[in-house]
Design a protein around this ligand. Sequence first.
Ligand SMILES: NC(=O)c1ccc[n+]([C@@H]2O[C@H](COP(=O)([O-])OP(=O)(O)OC[C@H]3O[C@@H](n4cnc5c(N)ncnc54)[C@H](OP(=O)(O)O)[C@@H]3O)[C@@H](O)[C@H]2O)c1
Length: 253
Amino acid sequence: MPQVCASLADTVAVVTGGAGGIGAAICRGLADEGASVVVGYHRSPAPAEALAAALGGRGRHCAVSAPVTDSAALARMARTVADTYGRCDVLVNCAGTTRFVPHHDLDALDDTLIDDILSTNVRGPFAAVRALRPLLAQGAGALVVNISSIAATTGMGSNVMYCASKAALDSLTKSLARALAPGIRVLSIAPGLVDTPFIAGLDPAWRDEQLARSPLGRLAHPADIAAAVVAACATLTFSTGTVIAVDGGRPLV
Ligand SMILES: NC(=O)c1ccc[n+]([C@@H]2O[C@H](COP(=O)([O-])OP(=O)(O)OC[C@H]3O[C@@H](n4cnc5c(N)ncnc54)[C@H](OP(=O)(O)O)[C@@H]3O)[C@@H](O)[C@H]2O)c1
């Protein structure tokens, strides 16, 4: 009989970008379901350590440096996870970067920004999977969740290269799902606009327009994305290599 609902008790989950707006909600969601959560951070340990200390559930949580553009640092992160927990059941690739550049302004999308977006949003998730693969492969039924975006399919988003980076991430999801099956499932979760500090600085008129065009009448909350990650771990146990939209139906309008 297939396992239709897996418990997260006694599992270990690593979340890159774990102290960010969406990442923190995912950490909370996984911790509340019983996982031990490794909050991966980039520049500043303090918010990640504070979050790890505040997480609920019955797991043992910690914060670990996980700069996704530094493969040597990711290898150290994987060794820390192995030494601390001896296992890794879930990797959530949530780290991501962007900057708003109007799509018509090709000169403003400079090479430095392009390289930063691609190395963080595409090479980074791949490098994190590569570093944690031995641990993920040890268990029975591990999961990688790549936090993508509906920008991957709509081509609308903070800039042209950000959209392309999320399309590339969805392609990685498919290739890796095939390559790592049956032991490791790989899914993309694609949010629409999520109400985080990341979008707080946007033109309010543009934000209101996005809201008006959302059939479900609101922007996503980080908790909506966390709920989808928990469902991917615990409920959607026969899904791999696919993209799950969590967008309030925004592309319909
Ligand atoms: N907010 C939205 O509307 C939305 C919609 C669709 C998809 N997403 C995706 O959701 C994910 C999280 O976004 P968010 O809204 O929560 O943004 P956020 O609050 O800015 O979080 C991004 C996180 O990624 C980390 N990060 C950036 N570069 C990194 C690197 N090189 N190595 C490791 N970590 C790095 C950041 O850490 P530092 O601050 O230390 O750099 C931060 O913790 C991203 O992948 C984003 O593309 C967001």
